[in-house]
Design a protein around this ligand. Sequence first.
Ligand code: ATP
Length: 324
Amino acid sequence: EGWQERGAAATVRRETDASGQSQTRIVKKGVKDFNFGRTLGEGSYSTVLAATDRQTLKEYAIKVLDKRHIIKEKKVKYVNIERDTLNRLTEHPGIVRLYYTFQDERSLYFVLDLASGGELLGVLKKMGSFDVECTRFYGAQILDSVAYMHSRGVIHRDLKPENVLLDRDMHVKITDFGTAKILPDPRTSGAGSQEAPGDPTDGAGTDRAVSFVGTAEYVSPELLRDKNACKASDLWAFGCIIYQLLAGRPPFKAANEYLTFQKILALAYTFPDGFPDVARDLVERLLVLEPSNRLPVEHIQNHQFFDGVQWGKGLWQQKAPRLK
Ligand code: ATP
């Protein structure tokens, strides 16, 4: 099984040659163009390293994937989904950007935005829980990013505080698109949230065989019931995240996955004492069993909980609130 260098990113550089003529050259980056530094983290099939572009001195995170391991474990499809979705989502500050991909005999390399602030989960664990101001800020940045990916025809399907990374300004960078679902491009097909019947990356065929995609605590009831995720499934997960930021724990949590699923299907969760009323109202409108009855993105943005939030560009120019 091989990897084609489909859509590999490259930089276009203008250079002046010996005769003084201006030339445009496509420069392809490779392993040799980076100085590799500390290990940022390890995944099941990958190691993520800090790296610096030798020429520009810009810092990146480079995800190094072991080809043999990926083929042996039949994860080629997921690696390709990750690359394809990231290549679709390059115009938003809230999504980890993929700059270049290249490979050598042993490994695939994804050159990504460096998220030096680590995972939102780590920050949350250190703080215990967030106050309303922090929850509003991080919630708004997550929602703005989700709105963008949905507008570009991508359903994340595994949103959770571990997959929300933070950059040096403590701004959100969503990652982990390996289990995402790519819908036909709404700009070319006009199909909205419709799934292409023959789409090899859709959830219907192959995903039915596996138990589920996602993480037990954030998985939506429709995925458990019908093995089908839609845009609203990400908004279920978003509701779980808002709850978790304020309460310090996810709404549905049990001793094992099976019991967690039972709780989700029964909508069996309660709010801790002191949970703010306005946030409670928002969560109750998101943690709704029927996906079509969940608050859509535009209505979430207009919910009282997000009063005063500047949606769009302004949200990303804002200084992150001090954690408390
Ligand atoms: P698995 O593949 O087992 O699900 P994973 O998705 O976390 O794990 P990776 O994407 O390889 O695997 O990430 C490994 C670790 O590296 C993560 O825990 C994450 O915190 C860190 N990491 C990933 N991407 C970046 C990044 N762009 N900047 C900084 N750290 C990152």
